[in-house]
Design a protein around this ligand. Structure first.
Ligand SMILES: [Zn+2]
Ligand SMILES: [Zn+2]
Length: 352
């Protein structure tokens, strides 16, 4: 089979490798479609595995079952499935308290071979945990790849109760920021303000219909947010970008007793300078968000496939897996919101 092998930072080669065998307790799937995620790009362009190459990344996986292990029940060939990358053990204290996203096991999925390949093995462990979801026949397989990135956005807004009457600021118009606009609208937020430094990205995000769009490289974004909110600040400010400055700006955009979310990860070891007095006297809640619990993963999957959620607005580019490098460029420059890759080009040409 063909796979996109990473040999080092920015060194991704499409090569022929042996097709993996279906384990007796698992499944072998033809990867029908796979999303290219910001975290994939970070992993593919830095020395993410400290010399341990080659490796296959890719975790927003949708595929068709081509082989069912003899010990597996409840799955059939030709069924389409969405595979959530993390497996939750359901036994550790985090899982038992409903915080599956903190499961020690869940964070290690990048150690396994991923889905940037024609075929992918779903292990017995994945089947035994809450990671595999069947996709109903009439549903869009490319839309299903959005379930994974949507899951953490869904969880975030669920946890901070974005809702009717809220003013929400989102800093960062990447795919995650765009999901935040769409979801805040669905949840009934009254005023949605998007702040972004890259004009191309800001323009693209206009299709999601936030109420205000601010280019933070041209105007003082904090001043603008205060103008819009009559000097009060927003109820909820979500920093969905890799900048520590934005994390601090979020605090000045937040109203008294409001909530600031640090959603996006920043460079390893980066320190944020924070006006802690402002946090103190304004009674601001700072909430670090990561991942999604098991139920939220499922709810996000259902939402990604529902009529209410317009997946085609997010998926700006569909490319064969062989063009993964092009996909990375398009995402980095801000020209693409979400790139979906199609492996196994011959077999999956109906999706290209
Ligand atoms: Zn992802
Ligand atoms: Zn656990």
């Amino acid at each position: 089979m063909k796979a996109a092998l990473m040999y080092g930072p920015n060194d991704i080669r499409i090569e022929d490798i042996e097709t993996p065998k279906c384990p007796s307790d698992g499944l072998l799937i033809n990867v029908r479609a796979i999303g290219l995620c910001g975290s994939d790009i970070r992993n593919l362009t830095t020395d993410s595995r400290q010399g341990k190459y080659p490796h296959i990344f890719g975790h927003e996986i949708v595929g068709e079952i081509v082989e069912v292990g003899e010990a597996v029940e409840g799955y059939e060939k030709k069924e389409n499935i969405y595979v959530y990358p993390a497996t939750h053990c359901m036994h550790c204290e985090h899982c038992r308290s409903g915080h599956h996203e903190m499961c020690e096991e869940g964070s290690k999925y990048t150690d396994r071979m991923g889905g940037f390949a024609d075929y992918y093995v779903v292990t017995g462990k994945q089947l035994a945990s809450d990671s595999v979801f069947k996709i109903p026949e009439d549903k869009d397989l490319k839309a299903a790849t959005l379930a994974e990135p949507l899951s953490s956005v869904y969880a975030c807004q669920d946890n901070i109760h974005v809702g009717f009457g809220d003013t929400v600021v989102i800093i960062g118009a990447g795919p995650i920021g765009c999901f935040h606009i769409q979801l805040a609208r669905l949840r009934g937020a009254e005023t949605i303000i998007m702040v972004e430094l890259n004009e191309t990205r800001l323009e693209l995000s206009k299709r999601f219909g936030a109420d205000y769009y601010i280019n933070g490289s041209q105007v003082d974004a904090v001043e603008e947010v205060l103008k819009i909110t009559d000097g009060k600040g927003a109820d909820k400010v979500i920093s969905a970008n890799p900048s520590t400055q934005a994390q601090n700006q979020a605090i000045y955009m937040c109203r008294k007793n409001g909530i600031v979310v640090w959603f996006g990860g920043v460079a390893k070891g980066a320190m944020a300078q924070i006006d802690s007095n402002r946090v103190h006297y304004y009674g601001i809640w700072i909430y670090g968000h990561f991942g999604a619990n098991s139920i939220q993963v499922e709810q996000a999957f259902k939402l990604a496939l529902s009529e209410k959620f317009d997946a085609s607005k997010f998926i700006t580019h569909v490319l064969p897996l062989s063009k993964i490098n092009e996909g990375i460029q398009l995402t980095r420059s801000g020209e693409a919101i979400k790139v979906v890759l199609i492996p196994n080009e011959e077999v999956n040409k109906d999706l290209l």
